[in-house]
Design a binder for this molecule. Sequence first.
Ligand SMILES: [Cu+2]
Length: 462
Amino acid sequence: MISRRNLMGAAAVLAGAAAVSGRAQAAAIPEVVTTTSPAMQAPLVPASGPAYQPVVTLNGWTLPWRMNSDWKELHLVAEPVVREIAPGMKAHLWGYNGQSPGPTLEFVEGDKVRIFVTNKLAEHTTIHWHGMLVPNGMDGVGGLTQPQIKPGRTFVYEFTIRKSGTFMYHPHADEMVQMAMGMMGAIVVHPRDPNQHRVDRDFVFLMSSYDIDPGSYLPKVATMTEFNLWTWNSRVFPGIDPLVVRRGDRVRVRIGNLTMTNHPIHLHGPSFRVTCTDGGWVPESAQLPEVTTDVPVGAMRAFELIADEPGDWALHCHKSHHTMNAMGHNVKTFIGVQQRDLTKAIRKLLPDYTPMGSAGMAEMGSMEMPMPDNTLPMMTGFGQFGPIEMGGMFSVMKVREGLARDDYKDPGWYQHPTGTVAYEVKGPAPEAPRRQGSRGPMHEEIEVTVVKPGTNGHSTQH
Ligand SMILES: [Cu+2]
């Protein structure tokens, strides 16, 4: 007997953004649940079984399941999708059930799961359950442990979940192309005892990167390292959801990396401990206090903290070009260059030409530049004090007093108590004392050793 109560209850949680399509097949392939919205869905509270704290997927959702006797049944559909990367830009990607990344899969240790995978791509695919211990023939490596799933076909993966933790799924078929197109999803397995490793808020996202030329929609799939969009759940700032947290909560953030480089993820404010990797839980005695943790390629890290300090705390990748969108790549350095004459010359050819970057590049954070359609500014997003000058892998952990337990709504910007914001003082700043040089106080004597070519190391002192 098939109970659809779980599925229907879960679908109701999706608040209309999701649609249950297709019909229950006589062949017992479950309905397909899809969503095309990049909005964060409410956590999927389990209707039965252990009362775990469900995860929240940034700009994403958890796939509902149905119970078929004691099997949890889910249906993933690999298919082309349109993903809004941030307001103003859409990308044509491949994903699962209407989105890239695909929905998060949430299980409990000991669950018997049956995952149907239908391939609606134009080429074959498979799914590998990264980090999970499954029977070898369920491991999803095309050619090695199973034949690839041809277009139009459905395969079934069946296994018992043997350990709790943080994992992910992705194809193990034409991998370079299929991951460059956005095919991936997170897997969270809760301990059988819901009080083990319990937190109050549990967030998850995957890092992926794309190479999409300004003005175009399709990632260049042969790119190996020079990506120009560094995303969390196929979103860039200011399109990435804030992590909304109630003051005093114990918070976990689970991060997976399916880009082709490492990402040192840095949280401002409270320190954290890395408590879980895709290999399992880290023993307490081995947990270092950190404010940055590097997430290697093909790995997951989960960190935990107590959110005892209210505020808007930045959370971002510390590689500064990863907090920058497509327009920021391939920009020449003009710091210190007087561009007046150059500008005059160029304007004869291009009357709208605007010189950029002679003082630095901060001016680009507030600049209204004409851009091709479907392109994001390189640095973008405004806070209460001005442009934040960030794109890409950047979000904010918003710690607030007295939120409801299940309230993940963006509370707006933090209202700082009076006297707690950095402020300006008026008046000229005193000159730092300098060594007096012959050309006056602003021109220090600089000693330079010049080696002239052809003088065999004879040098002249200036
Ligand atoms: Cu990074």
